[in-house]
Design a protein around this ligand. Structure first.
Ligand code: HEM
Length: 416
Protein backbone atom coordinates (compact mmCIF):
# COMPACT_ATOMS: atom_id res chain seq x y z
CA UNK A 1 0.00 0.00 0.00
CA UNK A 2 1.05 3.62 -0.57
CA UNK A 3 2.19 6.02 2.13
CA UNK A 4 -0.17 7.75 4.54
CA UNK A 5 -1.65 11.00 3.31
CA UNK A 6 -2.46 12.49 6.71
CA UNK A 7 -1.05 12.59 10.23
CA UNK A 8 -3.56 10.18 11.71
CA UNK A 9 -2.23 7.17 13.63
CA UNK A 10 -1.03 4.08 11.80
CA UNK A 11 -0.15 0.47 12.57
CA UNK A 12 0.31 -0.39 16.22
CA UNK A 13 -0.77 3.13 17.20
CA UNK A 14 -4.23 1.81 16.34
CA UNK A 15 -3.88 -1.21 18.62
CA UNK A 16 -3.65 -1.57 22.41
CA UNK A 17 0.05 -2.37 22.04
CA UNK A 18 0.35 1.42 21.97
CA UNK A 19 0.08 3.06 25.42
CA UNK A 20 -2.17 5.95 24.37
CA UNK A 21 -4.60 3.74 22.44
CA UNK A 22 -4.66 1.15 25.22
CA UNK A 23 -5.48 3.80 27.80
CA UNK A 24 -8.21 5.51 25.77
CA UNK A 25 -9.04 4.03 22.36
CA UNK A 26 -12.20 6.13 22.19
CA UNK A 27 -10.29 9.39 21.83
CA UNK A 28 -8.33 7.98 18.86
CA UNK A 29 -11.46 6.44 17.31
CA UNK A 30 -13.36 9.73 17.67
CA UNK A 31 -10.59 11.61 15.83
CA UNK A 32 -10.66 9.01 13.08
CA UNK A 33 -14.45 9.06 12.77
CA UNK A 34 -14.37 12.84 12.47
CA UNK A 35 -11.39 13.16 10.14
CA UNK A 36 -11.22 9.89 8.19
CA UNK A 37 -14.08 7.48 8.86
CA UNK A 38 -12.54 5.26 6.19
CA UNK A 39 -8.89 5.18 7.21
CA UNK A 40 -6.09 3.42 5.34
CA UNK A 41 -3.76 1.87 7.87
CA UNK A 42 -0.85 1.48 5.48
CA UNK A 43 1.51 0.11 8.11
CA UNK A 44 -0.59 -2.93 8.91
CA UNK A 45 -2.17 -3.20 5.45
CA UNK A 46 -5.83 -2.74 6.31
CA UNK A 47 -8.67 -0.24 6.01
CA UNK A 48 -10.30 0.80 9.28
CA UNK A 49 -13.96 1.93 9.41
CA UNK A 50 -15.25 3.85 12.44
CA UNK A 51 -18.74 5.10 11.42
CA UNK A 52 -21.72 3.09 12.67
CA UNK A 53 -23.52 2.75 9.34
CA UNK A 54 -20.39 1.78 7.39
CA UNK A 55 -19.43 -0.83 10.01
CA UNK A 56 -22.91 -2.31 10.02
CA UNK A 57 -23.07 -2.46 6.22
CA UNK A 58 -19.70 -4.23 6.00
CA UNK A 59 -20.58 -6.78 8.68
CA UNK A 60 -23.86 -7.61 6.97
CA UNK A 61 -22.59 -7.94 3.41
CA UNK A 62 -23.31 -11.58 2.59
CA UNK A 63 -20.88 -11.71 -0.32
CA UNK A 64 -17.76 -10.76 1.64
CA UNK A 65 -15.25 -13.38 2.78
CA UNK A 66 -13.59 -14.05 6.12
CA UNK A 67 -11.22 -16.83 4.99
CA UNK A 68 -7.85 -15.02 5.31
CA UNK A 69 -6.32 -16.99 2.43
CA UNK A 70 -8.58 -15.02 0.07
CA UNK A 71 -7.04 -11.69 1.08
CA UNK A 72 -4.45 -10.02 -1.14
CA UNK A 73 -0.76 -10.60 -0.33
CA UNK A 74 0.61 -7.86 1.92
CA UNK A 75 -2.68 -7.22 3.69
CA UNK A 76 -3.09 -7.59 7.43
CA UNK A 77 -5.47 -10.54 7.09
CA UNK A 78 -3.21 -12.44 4.71
CA UNK A 79 0.04 -11.79 6.55
CA UNK A 80 -1.15 -12.34 10.12
CA UNK A 81 -4.25 -14.56 10.05
CA UNK A 82 -3.59 -16.73 6.97
CA UNK A 83 -0.02 -17.29 8.14
CA UNK A 84 -1.35 -18.96 11.30
CA UNK A 85 -3.10 -21.69 9.26
CA UNK A 86 -1.09 -24.75 8.22
CA UNK A 87 -1.32 -25.64 4.50
CA UNK A 88 -4.65 -27.37 3.86
CA UNK A 89 -5.82 -26.73 7.42
CA UNK A 90 -9.56 -26.22 7.80
CA UNK A 91 -10.07 -22.85 9.55
CA UNK A 92 -12.60 -22.41 12.34
CA UNK A 93 -16.13 -21.24 11.53
CA UNK A 94 -15.11 -17.64 12.19
CA UNK A 95 -12.71 -17.72 9.23
CA UNK A 96 -14.79 -19.94 6.96
CA UNK A 97 -16.85 -18.96 3.90
CA UNK A 98 -20.00 -20.31 2.33
CA UNK A 99 -21.15 -22.99 1.78
CA UNK A 100 -18.88 -24.67 4.40
CA UNK A 101 -19.68 -22.02 7.01
CA UNK A 102 -23.45 -22.44 6.65
CA UNK A 103 -23.17 -26.21 6.95
CA UNK A 104 -21.04 -26.10 10.10
CA UNK A 105 -23.02 -23.33 11.76
CA UNK A 106 -26.34 -25.11 11.21
CA UNK A 107 -24.90 -28.20 12.92
CA UNK A 108 -23.73 -26.41 16.07
CA UNK A 109 -26.30 -23.69 16.46
CA UNK A 110 -29.08 -25.38 18.50
CA UNK A 111 -27.39 -25.38 21.96
CA UNK A 112 -26.69 -21.64 21.67
CA UNK A 113 -30.26 -20.51 21.03
CA UNK A 114 -31.75 -18.38 23.84
CA UNK A 115 -34.04 -21.10 25.23
CA UNK A 116 -31.21 -23.67 25.25
CA UNK A 117 -28.90 -21.21 27.03
CA UNK A 118 -31.57 -20.45 29.65
CA UNK A 119 -31.44 -24.12 30.69
CA UNK A 120 -27.83 -23.51 31.76
CA UNK A 121 -28.62 -20.42 33.82
CA UNK A 122 -28.85 -22.30 37.16
CA UNK A 123 -25.40 -23.82 36.42
CA UNK A 124 -24.01 -20.38 35.62
CA UNK A 125 -25.42 -19.01 38.89
CA UNK A 126 -23.85 -21.92 40.74
CA UNK A 127 -20.44 -21.37 39.12
CA UNK A 128 -20.63 -17.66 40.07
CA UNK A 129 -21.42 -18.56 43.67
CA UNK A 130 -18.65 -21.18 43.92
CA UNK A 131 -16.13 -18.79 42.40
CA UNK A 132 -17.09 -16.10 44.92
CA UNK A 133 -16.78 -18.64 47.74
CA UNK A 134 -13.15 -19.27 46.69
CA UNK A 135 -12.18 -15.60 47.22
CA UNK A 136 -10.44 -15.44 50.57
CA UNK A 137 -9.35 -11.81 50.87
CA UNK A 138 -11.09 -8.45 51.11
CA UNK A 139 -8.75 -7.07 48.48
CA UNK A 140 -8.50 -9.21 45.34
CA UNK A 141 -7.56 -9.15 41.69
CA UNK A 142 -10.90 -9.44 39.95
CA UNK A 143 -9.73 -10.94 36.64
CA UNK A 144 -7.74 -13.79 38.15
CA UNK A 145 -10.12 -14.65 40.95
CA UNK A 146 -13.51 -14.00 39.40
CA UNK A 147 -13.95 -12.72 35.83
CA UNK A 148 -11.42 -15.25 34.43
CA UNK A 149 -12.62 -18.47 36.07
CA UNK A 150 -16.39 -17.98 35.59
CA UNK A 151 -16.62 -18.41 31.77
CA UNK A 152 -13.98 -21.16 31.64
CA UNK A 153 -15.67 -23.24 34.31
CA UNK A 154 -19.09 -22.62 32.75
CA UNK A 155 -17.94 -23.85 29.32
CA UNK A 156 -16.09 -26.78 30.90
CA UNK A 157 -19.29 -27.80 32.68
CA UNK A 158 -21.34 -27.30 29.52
CA UNK A 159 -18.94 -29.56 27.63
CA UNK A 160 -19.34 -32.16 30.36
CA UNK A 161 -15.69 -32.05 31.45
CA UNK A 162 -14.94 -33.68 34.77
CA UNK A 163 -14.39 -31.10 37.51
CA UNK A 164 -11.03 -32.72 38.39
CA UNK A 165 -9.80 -31.49 34.99
CA UNK A 166 -11.07 -27.90 35.31
CA UNK A 167 -7.77 -26.38 36.50
CA UNK A 168 -5.69 -27.98 33.78
CA UNK A 169 -8.38 -27.15 31.24
CA UNK A 170 -8.30 -23.51 32.30
CA UNK A 171 -4.50 -23.33 32.04
CA UNK A 172 -4.49 -24.78 28.50
CA UNK A 173 -7.37 -22.57 27.50
CA UNK A 174 -5.65 -19.40 28.81
CA UNK A 175 -2.40 -20.22 26.99
CA UNK A 176 -4.21 -21.10 23.75
CA UNK A 177 -6.12 -17.83 23.85
CA UNK A 178 -2.88 -15.85 24.25
CA UNK A 179 -1.82 -16.78 20.70
CA UNK A 180 -5.21 -17.22 19.04
CA UNK A 181 -5.82 -13.62 18.03
CA UNK A 182 -2.53 -11.99 18.84
CA UNK A 183 -0.54 -11.16 15.71
CA UNK A 184 2.51 -10.24 17.80
CA UNK A 185 3.04 -13.06 20.35
CA UNK A 186 6.43 -13.41 22.01
CA UNK A 187 8.42 -16.59 21.20
CA UNK A 188 7.61 -17.89 24.67
CA UNK A 189 3.87 -17.19 24.28
CA UNK A 190 3.86 -18.86 20.87
CA UNK A 191 5.65 -22.01 22.08
CA UNK A 192 3.46 -22.39 25.18
CA UNK A 193 0.30 -21.55 23.21
CA UNK A 194 1.03 -24.14 20.52
CA UNK A 195 1.72 -26.80 23.15
CA UNK A 196 -1.55 -25.92 24.89
CA UNK A 197 -3.55 -26.13 21.63
CA UNK A 198 -2.03 -29.58 21.01
CA UNK A 199 -2.89 -30.67 24.56
CA UNK A 200 -6.47 -29.44 24.13
CA UNK A 201 -6.84 -31.19 20.77
CA UNK A 202 -5.64 -34.49 22.24
CA UNK A 203 -7.88 -33.99 25.25
CA UNK A 204 -11.00 -33.25 23.16
CA UNK A 205 -10.36 -36.19 20.81
CA UNK A 206 -10.20 -38.52 23.82
CA UNK A 207 -13.32 -36.99 25.33
CA UNK A 208 -15.25 -37.31 22.03
CA UNK A 209 -14.34 -41.00 21.71
CA UNK A 210 -15.44 -41.72 25.27
CA UNK A 211 -18.59 -39.59 25.12
CA UNK A 212 -19.70 -41.15 21.81
CA UNK A 213 -20.13 -44.41 23.73
CA UNK A 214 -22.10 -42.76 26.50
CA UNK A 215 -23.98 -39.67 25.31
CA UNK A 216 -25.26 -37.26 27.95
CA UNK A 217 -26.94 -33.89 28.43
CA UNK A 218 -23.96 -31.72 27.51
CA UNK A 219 -22.62 -29.67 24.64
CA UNK A 220 -20.12 -32.28 23.47
CA UNK A 221 -22.89 -34.90 23.26
CA UNK A 222 -25.06 -32.34 21.44
CA UNK A 223 -22.34 -31.93 18.82
CA UNK A 224 -21.85 -35.69 18.44
CA UNK A 225 -25.61 -36.15 18.05
CA UNK A 226 -26.16 -33.16 15.75
CA UNK A 227 -27.56 -34.06 12.39
CA UNK A 228 -28.94 -31.83 9.66
CA UNK A 229 -30.34 -33.53 6.55
CA UNK A 230 -28.32 -36.68 7.23
CA UNK A 231 -25.08 -34.71 7.68
CA UNK A 232 -23.05 -34.93 10.92
CA UNK A 233 -19.86 -33.40 12.36
CA UNK A 234 -16.56 -35.29 12.11
CA UNK A 235 -14.33 -35.78 15.17
CA UNK A 236 -11.91 -33.15 13.77
CA UNK A 237 -14.74 -30.67 13.25
CA UNK A 238 -15.99 -31.11 16.81
CA UNK A 239 -12.44 -30.63 18.12
CA UNK A 240 -11.99 -27.42 16.09
CA UNK A 241 -15.39 -26.20 17.27
CA UNK A 242 -14.50 -26.86 20.93
CA UNK A 243 -11.27 -24.88 20.53
CA UNK A 244 -13.19 -22.03 18.93
CA UNK A 245 -15.66 -21.96 21.80
CA UNK A 246 -12.74 -21.52 24.19
CA UNK A 247 -10.85 -18.89 22.25
CA UNK A 248 -13.93 -16.96 21.08
CA UNK A 249 -15.88 -17.26 24.30
CA UNK A 250 -13.63 -17.16 27.34
CA UNK A 251 -11.52 -14.04 27.20
CA UNK A 252 -14.38 -12.07 25.64
CA UNK A 253 -16.81 -12.90 28.43
CA UNK A 254 -14.11 -12.39 31.06
CA UNK A 255 -13.46 -8.94 29.61
CA UNK A 256 -17.18 -8.15 29.49
CA UNK A 257 -17.44 -8.83 33.23
CA UNK A 258 -14.29 -6.79 33.99
CA UNK A 259 -15.24 -3.86 31.74
CA UNK A 260 -18.75 -3.88 33.21
CA UNK A 261 -17.59 -3.75 36.82
CA UNK A 262 -15.17 -0.94 35.94
CA UNK A 263 -17.91 1.10 34.21
CA UNK A 264 -20.21 0.63 37.21
CA UNK A 265 -17.57 1.55 39.80
CA UNK A 266 -16.64 4.63 37.76
CA UNK A 267 -20.31 5.69 37.56
CA UNK A 268 -21.69 5.40 41.11
CA UNK A 269 -25.11 6.78 40.11
CA UNK A 270 -25.50 3.91 37.62
CA UNK A 271 -24.24 1.39 40.17
CA UNK A 272 -26.80 2.66 42.66
CA UNK A 273 -29.59 2.36 40.10
CA UNK A 274 -28.63 -1.25 39.41
CA UNK A 275 -28.34 -2.09 43.11
CA UNK A 276 -31.82 -0.63 43.72
CA UNK A 277 -33.37 -2.41 40.72
CA UNK A 278 -31.46 -5.57 39.71
CA UNK A 279 -33.90 -6.18 36.83
CA UNK A 280 -31.97 -3.39 35.06
CA UNK A 281 -29.13 -5.90 34.58
CA UNK A 282 -30.37 -6.96 31.13
CA UNK A 283 -30.18 -3.42 29.76
CA UNK A 284 -27.03 -2.73 31.80
CA UNK A 285 -25.14 -5.57 30.09
CA UNK A 286 -26.20 -4.27 26.65
CA UNK A 287 -24.96 -0.81 27.63
CA UNK A 288 -21.66 -2.26 28.86
CA UNK A 289 -21.29 -4.03 25.51
CA UNK A 290 -21.93 -0.74 23.69
CA UNK A 291 -19.85 1.45 25.99
CA UNK A 292 -16.73 -0.71 26.30
CA UNK A 293 -16.85 -3.68 23.93
CA UNK A 294 -14.54 -6.62 24.71
CA UNK A 295 -14.01 -7.12 20.96
CA UNK A 296 -13.07 -3.87 19.27
CA UNK A 297 -12.64 -4.99 15.65
CA UNK A 298 -13.92 -7.62 13.30
CA UNK A 299 -12.68 -8.41 9.79
CA UNK A 300 -14.01 -8.85 6.28
CA UNK A 301 -12.51 -9.32 2.80
CA UNK A 302 -14.51 -7.78 -0.08
CA UNK A 303 -15.25 -10.12 -3.00
CA UNK A 304 -15.35 -7.13 -5.37
CA UNK A 305 -14.05 -3.58 -5.63
CA UNK A 306 -16.13 -1.48 -3.26
CA UNK A 307 -16.81 2.15 -2.53
CA UNK A 308 -17.85 2.90 1.04
CA UNK A 309 -18.06 6.49 2.28
CA UNK A 310 -16.72 7.74 -1.06
CA UNK A 311 -13.47 5.75 -0.66
CA UNK A 312 -12.75 3.07 -3.24
CA UNK A 313 -11.18 -0.12 -1.88
CA UNK A 314 -10.05 -3.02 -4.01
CA UNK A 315 -11.26 -6.61 -3.99
CA UNK A 316 -9.25 -8.78 -1.58
CA UNK A 317 -8.35 -5.88 0.76
CA UNK A 318 -8.34 -6.36 4.52
CA UNK A 319 -11.29 -4.48 6.00
CA UNK A 320 -11.36 -3.79 9.71
CA UNK A 321 -14.79 -2.60 10.88
CA UNK A 322 -14.26 -0.96 14.28
CA UNK A 323 -17.04 -2.23 16.53
CA UNK A 324 -15.84 0.09 19.29
CA UNK A 325 -15.87 3.03 16.88
CA UNK A 326 -19.39 2.24 15.65
CA UNK A 327 -20.69 1.92 19.21
CA UNK A 328 -19.68 5.50 20.06
CA UNK A 329 -20.96 7.16 16.88
CA UNK A 330 -22.81 10.33 18.00
CA UNK A 331 -24.99 10.17 14.88
CA UNK A 332 -26.64 7.09 16.42
CA UNK A 333 -26.16 7.40 20.19
CA UNK A 334 -26.90 10.68 21.97
CA UNK A 335 -23.94 11.51 24.25
CA UNK A 336 -22.11 8.34 23.22
CA UNK A 337 -19.41 8.67 25.91
CA UNK A 338 -21.96 8.64 28.73
CA UNK A 339 -22.51 5.28 30.45
CA UNK A 340 -26.25 5.01 31.02
CA UNK A 341 -27.77 1.65 31.97
CA UNK A 342 -31.27 2.98 31.29
CA UNK A 343 -30.40 4.20 27.79
CA UNK A 344 -33.31 3.34 25.54
CA UNK A 345 -31.41 2.33 22.46
CA UNK A 346 -28.56 0.09 23.54
CA UNK A 347 -28.26 -1.85 20.28
CA UNK A 348 -24.57 -2.27 19.46
CA UNK A 349 -22.14 -3.92 17.06
CA UNK A 350 -20.15 -5.77 19.73
CA UNK A 351 -21.24 -9.23 18.61
CA UNK A 352 -20.53 -8.43 14.94
CA UNK A 353 -23.29 -9.14 12.47
CA UNK A 354 -24.53 -10.89 9.38
CA UNK A 355 -23.51 -14.48 8.73
CA UNK A 356 -20.81 -14.48 11.42
CA UNK A 357 -22.87 -12.85 14.18
CA UNK A 358 -21.49 -14.18 17.47
CA UNK A 359 -22.83 -17.66 18.10
CA UNK A 360 -22.30 -17.34 21.85
CA UNK A 361 -24.04 -13.97 22.31
CA UNK A 362 -26.86 -15.29 24.50
CA UNK A 363 -24.47 -17.33 26.60
CA UNK A 364 -22.16 -14.35 27.07
CA UNK A 365 -25.10 -12.19 28.10
CA UNK A 366 -26.39 -14.73 30.61
CA UNK A 367 -22.91 -15.18 32.13
CA UNK A 368 -22.27 -11.46 32.43
CA UNK A 369 -25.71 -10.82 33.94
CA UNK A 370 -25.26 -13.53 36.57
CA UNK A 371 -21.63 -12.67 37.30
CA UNK A 372 -22.20 -8.94 37.77
CA UNK A 373 -25.31 -9.35 39.91
CA UNK A 374 -23.69 -12.14 41.94
CA UNK A 375 -20.55 -10.09 42.64
CA UNK A 376 -22.52 -6.96 43.60
CA UNK A 377 -24.78 -8.95 45.93
CA UNK A 378 -21.81 -10.59 47.63
CA UNK A 379 -19.93 -7.27 47.99
CA UNK A 380 -22.37 -4.47 48.90
CA UNK A 381 -19.45 -2.01 49.17
CA UNK A 382 -17.31 -3.17 46.24
CA UNK A 383 -14.78 -0.47 45.32
CA UNK A 384 -11.57 0.18 43.38
CA UNK A 385 -8.44 -0.80 45.29
CA UNK A 386 -5.38 1.47 45.50
CA UNK A 387 -3.49 -1.20 43.56
CA UNK A 388 -5.36 -0.01 40.45
CA UNK A 389 -5.80 -1.73 37.10
CA UNK A 390 -3.94 -2.45 33.85
CA UNK A 391 -5.37 -3.06 30.39
CA UNK A 392 -4.03 -6.04 28.41
CA UNK A 393 -2.43 -5.34 25.04
CA UNK A 394 -4.14 -7.90 22.77
CA UNK A 395 -5.01 -6.30 19.43
CA UNK A 396 -8.77 -6.24 18.63
CA UNK A 397 -9.67 -6.99 22.25
CA UNK A 398 -10.23 -4.71 25.23
CA UNK A 399 -10.09 -5.71 28.84
CA UNK A 400 -7.92 -5.86 31.93
CA UNK A 401 -4.86 -7.96 32.68
CA UNK A 402 -5.19 -6.77 36.28
CA UNK A 403 -8.04 -5.06 38.08
CA UNK A 404 -7.81 -4.82 41.85
CA UNK A 405 -10.91 -4.31 43.95
CA UNK A 406 -11.83 -4.29 47.61
CA UNK A 407 -14.99 -5.30 49.42
CA UNK A 408 -16.31 -6.90 52.58
CA UNK A 409 -18.49 -9.89 51.76
CA UNK A 410 -22.09 -9.50 52.83
CA UNK A 411 -22.79 -11.55 55.96
CA UNK A 412 -26.22 -12.42 54.56
CA UNK A 413 -25.00 -13.56 51.13
CA UNK A 414 -25.49 -17.28 50.66
CA UNK A 415 -22.21 -19.10 50.39
CA UNK A 416 -23.33 -22.57 49.40
C1 HEM B 1 -18.83 -10.76 25.52
C2 HEM B 1 -18.54 -11.88 24.95
C3 HEM B 1 -18.39 -12.03 23.46
C4 HEM B 1 -18.17 -11.09 22.49
C5 HEM B 1 -18.03 -9.58 22.66
C6 HEM B 1 -18.10 -11.81 21.23
C7 HEM B 1 -17.90 -11.20 20.00
C8 HEM B 1 -17.87 -11.87 18.80
C9 HEM B 1 -17.63 -11.22 17.53
C10 HEM B 1 -17.37 -9.75 17.31
C11 HEM B 1 -17.66 -12.19 16.57
C12 HEM B 1 -17.43 -11.99 15.06
C13 HEM B 1 -18.72 -11.54 14.44
C14 HEM B 1 -18.59 -10.97 13.06
O1 HEM B 1 -17.49 -10.89 12.51
O2 HEM B 1 -19.63 -10.57 12.50
C15 HEM B 1 -17.92 -13.45 17.24
C16 HEM B 1 -18.04 -14.65 16.60
C17 HEM B 1 -18.18 -15.84 17.28
N1 HEM B 1 -18.35 -16.02 18.64
FE1 HEM B 1 -18.43 -14.58 20.04
N2 HEM B 1 -18.26 -13.14 21.47
C18 HEM B 1 -18.45 -13.32 22.81
C19 HEM B 1 -18.68 -14.51 23.47
C20 HEM B 1 -18.78 -15.72 22.86
C21 HEM B 1 -19.08 -16.97 23.54
C22 HEM B 1 -19.37 -17.12 25.02
C23 HEM B 1 -19.03 -17.95 22.58
C24 HEM B 1 -19.26 -19.44 22.73
C25 HEM B 1 -19.06 -20.14 23.79
C26 HEM B 1 -18.73 -17.32 21.31
C27 HEM B 1 -18.62 -17.97 20.11
C28 HEM B 1 -18.45 -17.37 18.89
C29 HEM B 1 -18.36 -18.11 17.63
C30 HEM B 1 -18.43 -19.62 17.45
C31 HEM B 1 -18.20 -17.15 16.62
C32 HEM B 1 -18.05 -17.42 15.12
C33 HEM B 1 -19.43 -17.35 14.48
C34 HEM B 1 -19.38 -17.53 12.98
O3 HEM B 1 -18.32 -17.33 12.37
O4 HEM B 1 -20.42 -17.89 12.39
N3 HEM B 1 -18.59 -15.97 21.53
N4 HEM B 1 -18.04 -13.22 18.60
Amino acid sequence: MANPDNNLPQGIQLTPVDDAFRTDPYKVLKDLREQAPVHHDYELGRVLYTGHDDVKALLHDKEFFTDPRKANPGTFTREFLAASLAPGEQPSMLLMDEPDHRRLRSLVTAPFKPAAVERWRPHIRDVVKQTLNNIDSNEFELMQHFAGPVPTVVIARMLGIDSAMHNEFKQWSDLAVKIAFNPFPTDDERAKGEAAVQALEDFFKGQIERRAKNLGDDLLSDMIRAEVAGDTLSKEEITTQCLLLLVAGNVTTTDLIGNGIKALLDNPDQLLKLRSDPTLIVNAVEEILRYDSPVTNSGRIPNRNINVGGCPVEKGASLSPSLAGANRDPAIYPEPDRFDITREDTHHQSFGGGRHLCLGAHLARAEAQEAILGLLARYPNLAHSDKGFEYHATPAFRGFSKFWVTGLPSPTAQSH
